[in-house]
Design a protein around this ligand. Structure first.
Ligand code: G6Q
Length: 548
């Protein structure tokens, strides 16, 4: 790396953007659109079947030029190559970051420590396809000879959010006589509610865990085994009702799952980047191997675009740079992701992990504390529901909340006028946010002057609109890859490691200390601060009550 790692805010491109933003901040989207009637057609990119309109951001052509300079200065080009070439860019864990290899076509070669990983990826995909076909056709039987009707994925974080999001997103394409559930929380209610109406003889558990040691997943997996054996009685039944997705064959075997029923992945696949790996087994079971491959092809198309398109036409680069501008130069603290597509109801939750676990970092790659903001808070809900709740704050609150609107040209469930009404709403929201309604316009409608301020919309709220033809498996792949690479782009500019997650460790360690204080040593003096000690004691008193 040629750049000094700590000099981001001192760099020429950053300073130029700061100077630019000081004046650009006063611009209003109303004026920018009035001055240039072609703006809406100019500030958009179409690639890989995605229409990306970024004209409703508080930017000028100059802003884009300066952001592109920032990208060049950050060495983004060489960092992209480093990722695609399998360099160990996850420096704190000394790992390659190769989710792009999970969707590489068979002919490609990608080397990790001298080994071409593409054949390994395809061997696992073939094994997943063979298994999926057997379960989907009813050929795979449970221990008592019944076909599988229910599939429960047990996993958490990256081993849950991708599968559950993809299942919901692609439900339209799923085999409807198979019932899919996802258990992640260590709260027993999650497991109890997922299994209460199911017949163990017809239920298959997928234990999805890269490490196979995660507390929540292993707790749920053990409860699943107990639950299954209550009905199935014989431990030999486990092999017909449990499969594993993991990198850890030893632990899988210890649990009692036949390693022939283990689907492998590798340490160069990060949890939150793993939905294309064997972690996607539930997705493949739901939509079938062909649709799964179509999804991978969608991911790959976006990978190629990201790697090869010039930055000014590069969707993930532009999405990432605009997020940087809003975050670092306009002071926005959050991004709202608003899919106008019911099937994408879990997409904001999925993106929360992808974006916030990746870019919620406080030090640079070389461990120096950053002196600028890094990852913003991502949140959202499917439209139009949010319009009747939190959009009030986006339109008239005091905070700047950039929005990503996502919509599709065709409905998967066309019913009457629903889709036109849905799309009219998404376009209307972006328009209202950008242009608002002035006090004069409000008064001209006959609103009395005392009420006019309440009904005034300042406008000038930035948004992107991401439009695709139809929610297909390929479209989902493109959309997820768009955000993955946008996250990477931002991480490169902030000079952080987007692929580790040390921030989740401390709580895990402390929980392990507290568990025996609640269970095996309930009368001991807890060894924490006064607040935690008092909470533990109070909880113990509830436990005693519960035991009475
Ligand atoms: C994701 C994280 C994290 C991980 C879970 C589950 O990038 O690493 O969310 O996916 O902690 O881990 P296991 O798959 O090892 O159970």
């Amino acid at each position: 790396m040629t750049e000094a790692l700590t000099s981001l805010i001192e760099s020429e491109a950053w300073k130029a953007l700061e100077a630019h933003a000081a004046t650009a901040r006063t611009l209003h989207l109303r004026d920018l659109f009035a001055q240039d009637p072609t703006r809406g057609e100019r500030l958009r990119v179409e690639a890989a079947g995605i229409y990306f309109d970024y004209s409703k951001n508080r930017i000028t052509d100059e802003t884009i030029l300066l952001l592109l300079k920032l990208a060049e200065q950050s060495g983004l080009r060489s960092r992209i190559e480093a990722m695609f070439n399998g360099d160990k860019i996850n420096v704190t864990e000394k790992r390659a970051v190769l989710h792009v290899a999970l969707r590489a076509p068979k002919e490609e070669a990608i080397l990790v420590d001298g080994t071409d990983v593409v054949p390994l990826v395809h061997a696992v995909l073939d094994k997943m396809a063979g298994f999926s076909n057997r379960v989907r056709s009813g050929e795979w039987k449970g221990y008592t000879g019944k076909p599988i009707r229910n599939v429960i994925n047990i996993g958490i974080g990256g081993s849950d959010l991708g599968p559950v999001m993809a299942y919901e997103a692609l439900r339209h394409y799923s085999q409807r006589d198979l019932n899919f559930r996802f258990v992640s929380n260590v709260d027993g209610t999650d497991f109890a509610e997922a299994t209460r109406d199911l017949d163990a003889e017809e239920t298959l558990f997928i234990i999805s865990s890269k490490t196979f040691t995660t507390l929540e997943t292993m707790t749920n997996a053990h409860s699943a085994r107990v639950w299954a054996l209550e009905t199935l009685k014989h431990s030999a039944a486990i092999a017909r009702h449990f499969v594993a997705v993991s990198t850890n064959a030893e632990e899988v075997e210890k649990f009692g799952i036949d390693t022939a029923n283990m689907f492998e992945f590798w340490d160069w696949v990060g949890g939150r980047y793993s939905m294309d790996s064997a972690i996607g087994l539930s997705t493949m079971l739901a939509i079938g191997p062909e649709n799964f491959h179509a999804m991978l092809a969608g991911f790959h198309e976006m990978d190629v675009h990201f790697r090869t398109a010039p930055f000014e036409h590069n969707l993930p680069v532009l999405l990432g740079l605009l997020a940087i501008y809003n975050n670092n130069f306009l002071g926005a603290q959050t991004v709202a992701v608003l899919p106008y597509e019911q099937y994408l109801k879990r997409f904001p939750a999925y993106l929360q992990q992808l974006t916030m676990e990746s870019n919620g970092k406080h030090v640079t790659l070389d461990g120096v504390k950053v002196d600028y903001q890094t990852g913003p808070i991502y949140w959202g809900e499917p439209g139009t529901n949010g319009q009747h709740s939190f959009y009030q704050l986006i339109h008239q609150g005091t905070r700047l909340i950039p929005c990503d609107f996502i919509a599709f040209g065709q409905a998967l469930n066309p019913i009457g006028r629903h889709h036109d009404i849905l799309l009219a709403n998404v376009f209307a929201q972006a328009e209202a946010l950008a242009f608002g309604k002035t006090t004069q316009e409000v008064e001209a409608d006959g609103t009395p002057s005392w009420l006019a301020p309440h009904r005034t919309f300042e406008g000038n709220r930035p948004s992107n609109t991401i439009l695709l033809e139809k929610l297909t498996p390929a479209a989902l792949g493109k959309l997820v890859a768009l955000y993955e690479h946008s996250v990477f782009t931002q991480g490169v500019i902030w000079k952080i490691d987007s692929f580790d997650q040390w921030g989740v460790e401390l709580g895990k360690v402390l929980a392990q200390r507290i568990i025996p204080e609640l269970e095996s040593k309930p009368d001991s003096k807890p060894g924490h601060d006064s607040s935690t000690n008092a909470l533990i004691k109070h909880y113990r008193s509830f436990r005693k009550d519960a035991a009475k």
